[in-house]
Design a protein around this ligand. Sequence first.
Ligand code: ZN
Length: 427
Amino acid sequence: MAVVSEPGKEMYALVERLYPLCRSITGDGVRATLDIVGEYLPLQVHEVPTGTPVLDWTVPREWNIRDAYVADAAGDRVIDFAASNLHVLGYSVPVAATMPLAELRAHLHTLPDQPTLVPYRTSYYAPTWGFCLAQETLDALPEGDYEVRVDSTLEDGHLTYAEHVIPGQVPDEVIVSCHVCHPSLANDNLAGIAVATFLARALAERDPYYTYRFIYAPGTIGAITWLARNAERIDRVRHGLVLACAGDSGSLTYKRSRRGDAEIDRVLEHVLSTSQRPHEIREFTPYGYDERQYCSPGFDLGVGSLTRTPYAGYPEYHTSADNLDLVSPDAMADTLAVCREAFAVLDRNRRYRNLSPYGEPQLGRRGLYDALGGRSDTRQAQMAMLWVLSLSDGEHGLLDVAERAGLPFDTVAAAADALRNAGLITT
Ligand code: ZN
């Protein structure tokens, strides 16, 4: 039996708490989600008014829903929002009517190829109402009149997003972004939120080099809003990672930034390949999650995307089967471990200059051989020092050294620390 790590259990417990909430791109479901995340991390919550221009978009009206159902002639609810928030089309306008099934059908969404599952559907920008249900439920509905009710409001309000910042030694930033706009979908939404939250907690325990900014925002419009409000200071963002689909049983998938050779791309590829985990590296495409916004050509940030099974790549995607059974503590703990490892590498990947570049400096005289005495990996540590000295020309970083020397990054970084303390290299 697999030993479930404590962070794994805690992340799963967070997913369980968030699962019932009816999130959307605006509204109280997002706020309630951020309130819960705020119990784990201090969050700065931003409320951006409806109508605010954001890049080429406009913050939409705020949507909130209290109840929705379709009831048969006997008054029994045959489709019920209270049973699952997936049953209502996201952003449905209010309706209170009675109509025959033939008329209602135009507003019903099913998955004929997955007849037992309820689809997740939204209509953010075309005002309409609708219900989602299993094809087999629809097939069992007799003709006749049905009472239709959506008790929602769509009115001027706000778009809500949140940030958590871990100050670093330098103002240069790493952003970690996850979407918070899906209702009861566990892998596509909640697992990413949970991993981001526990990653932030882990990073805060050490004194990071970079400043880390965690962004919890609704997909697309939220990332666009964040970019619009941070365009002036976007040069500070040096690296970034979009986290999603972080808890299913599939192996990890890293999608490169649009640049394709950004430092974050090299770090994730290095960590995934040296960790011996089965994994896949994919090229950038202008689709998927919010990497498409962060990597849009005007910003062109070095932001990649880490998922397990990628966007739209599993049969449960955007259906009622993306539930608490699809995600596991172990899978989330594994995603978290890779993120922690990757940021540990990113954070230490400095470029150094050899201050004694004419001939090999005498290491023994400086106690650098003695310092390593007795270690079983002495030879490897010694090679790491020689490689760091050799490649510290101001052009190569420690990840270049690790890759060219075929040595573990940690060994190379430890060698660099020893050489810096001995005054032989500097940044
Ligand atoms: Zn989605």
